[in-house]
Design a protein around this ligand. Sequence first.
Ligand code: 37N
Length: 130
Amino acid sequence: EEQEEDVLRELRLFLRNVTERLSLDRRFKAFTKPVDIEEVPDYMLVIRKPMDLSTLLTNIDEQKYVTVGEFVSDADLIWQNALEYNPDSDPMDRHIRHRACALKDTVRAIIRDELDEDFERVCEEVKESR
Ligand SMILES: Cc1noc(C)c1-c1cc(NS(=O)(=O)c2ccccc2)cc(C(=O)O)c1
């Protein structure tokens, strides 16, 4: 009902704000768009569930997420995929892994600092009621 729509609207505003801040961080430029298959032809063979910050934003607009937990699961795919696809010791792989780890830590720090646990609990209740 109305109260549920209010909660989900506030969730979308919070998740858009988080996603846009990540997209503005220069360290995360390579995570802003889907990996380009022209540039990285075998990417889809290795990575089963590609994810990037622009796709997160589309998912938010399409009301895919009812809880912050669902959003974090998709956000985690971005750095997990980067670690999986770039495992080698060469400098390029190390560089993308450093940025992947920075993304992981930044998402967790924002959620810990800015998500009210009572708000997340209300979102979980909306999810259970559906
Ligand atoms: C991400 C990712 N996961 O595996 C790899 C490998 C990368 C990755 C892919 C690219 N090239 S790209 O054309 O697919 C692209 C450019 C700009 C934004 C988004 C994608 C560049 C870099 C980089 O570090 O500059 C990294």
